[in-house]
Design a binder for this molecule. Sequence first.
Ligand code: DMJ
Length: 740
Amino acid sequence: MYKDKPHFPASRRRGLLQRKRVQLLLGLVGIFILWWTGFLPFGSKVQYYNPAEHQHIFFGHNDWSAQREAVKEVFLTTWEGYEKYAWGLDEYHPLSRKGKNMVEGGMGWIIVDALDTAIMMNLTSQVATARAWISTSLSYNADHDVNTFETTIRMLGGLLSAYYLSTSFPELAPQRDDDFNQPGEDLYIEKATDLADRLLGAYDSPSGIPYSSINLNTSQGLINHLDGGASSTAEAATLQLEMKYLSKVTGEPVYWDRAELVIKAIDAQQREDGLLPIFIYPATGEFRGENIRLGSRGDSYYEYLIKQYLQTGGVETLYRDMWDEALEGVKKHLITYSSKASLTVLAERPSGLGHVLTPKMDHLVCFMPGTIALAVTGGETVEKAKRRLGTYWTKKHDENLALAEELMKTCWGMYKVTPTGLAPEIAYFQVDNPPRQWEGHLDPNWTPPVSANLSDDVNADWRDDYNIHDMDGHNLQRPETVESLFYMWRITKDPKYREWGWEMFEAFREHTKVVDEVQGKVYAYSSLDTVMNNPVREHKRRDNMESFWMAETLKYFYLLFSGDDFFPLDRVVFNTEAHPLPVFDIRGSKVFKTGWERSKRGTATSKLSEHDAAGDNSKDDFVQFAGRRIGEGVRFDKDGKPINTNSNSDHDHEHDDTIEHGHIEESGQGKPPTEHSVLESAEQHAERRKKGEDSDEAAPLQNSRAGRPKPQDRLAKEDADDAAADDDDQDITGRGGKSH
Ligand code: DMJ
């Protein structure tokens, strides 16, 4: 008898045993299924995004109108939910179906930010409701601090683009201004001018670098109560497109002048290879620390260099030079390659150039592929730009385009690598030791590594190159990757960018949706705590929807699936919050021209080499004036002298990633649900009051509005000044409407 297989005679007992075994087996299978689908607390960690679910027969078709409509539907659902539960309020908490104001009376945060998307989608009645709210309920009198940058890019940018669209594209969501009780055609520009007048106070610093906050009621700029009083570099240097366009429209150069001086002050620092540390002191215009990155606090400075050049019709070449210099700096110092798949990574140098490289990319960095491509062709298709440039199309154009394509793939991989198909806030990368770097500046024959396609295989090597930390797995429905896909599609015409975009859109629509349990209907879309669980369970959602979901993310999806003649990229520039502004020509203008020249190169030693020579990179972090440490509680008079030295060393650190400073959230740990702390918290406010920082004596600035005409007077004056402004009225979009 074959003994390895014990044989037992049949019996009733055995039948019972067999039934129990089957039950046990079924139970185990059930538990396994629950574990696999993540329904158990110790659920499977091996979850993969399933590409098979995202194959579509229309890939390969040219008609993307159904996808465009699908985006519009999601926008409408979002809008209607917000209208029902939180209309007029600055924050929207979709899970609790509530909203909240950031200042008394509100700032129109969501309405103003989303308005131009509604116009572009031709949502006439929604636009009418928003317009009525802006006309009757929006004012900027609240006696509270707001973030200078956020208020500029979202509110001023939103009002300006609403003005541009409503005057230049009257067929989009047409409004009847001449009806009795209607707000009138100047509504948006009046509000914009009122807001910008108040924002001007932020620029009243000794260096011209704006303070990070502003009290809109008093127009007093307020020094950052964190980060040693420094402003974020990106925040200080991402205000120009809006202020320059407002100058163009109103004929008042003051906005233009103040905003462009920021870039002059930055250029005067002569930083090595055009790469800037992420903090800058309004008191002196000097940088704080050496942390260099194109993610949070660094990003949009670079974006606005090239966009300023494009906005004024390619006349202001110094911005193009600064962009070119910075891009070469990026290649030389920040580009590295992942170990297995040679993915191109735009890394960070937290201790400065020449120091350790951190292979980390914030999702925010993903604006770069699109912006690089935009800089290569000026918004035209590659084909058209090549035709136009002829022999002036160089190897450098190809090199930069290839860099954009590779970075685009890395950003797409951030989505594709997770179980939900949505990107985390931050990804780290496996790189060699020492990391491979760009060598094009050393060897003209060197060619950068090219990565293979990101295969759908769940065991593919490229997946091992991504490393997502637990605390970085959240998703705020950010726009940067779809923004870049939009530019890449328009510029290269490679349909894969639309296909990736559709997969990404489906992932957003599926995983960020909020469903009314009773009606079984989707009524909102929210941020997520983690993209690493599929399905996303309720407690993994965040009770918040950022305003850029409607202002940017959905707008870029809509544009990605629209035709090329819908907001052509050589006719408009999108501000960093996706608000389109027209390109205008300043050639021949006496009023609008670059009011500064670049400082002579090579005369200043870079901070880095000074530090290196001294062999110490840490101590100088807080030095603005020789021998003086600047910390929390320090304020300055108009000559840059500190007038309150209540230092609180708690905040004397270079940077705390767990604190929400402004527009950026860097780590999921201990974060409030909203991203845009345009405001200091009640506790911070009370704390500052206790320290006497809110008293008049401590205020660093005078009301900068004094002595300037009110917006209404300005508009009246505009008529009178028409002749003077005439030579500046060449809106090269040529779409008619009110001349500006
Ligand atoms: C937006 O407010 C802007 O795009 C800004 O430049 C960066 N952060 C958010 C979106 O992520």
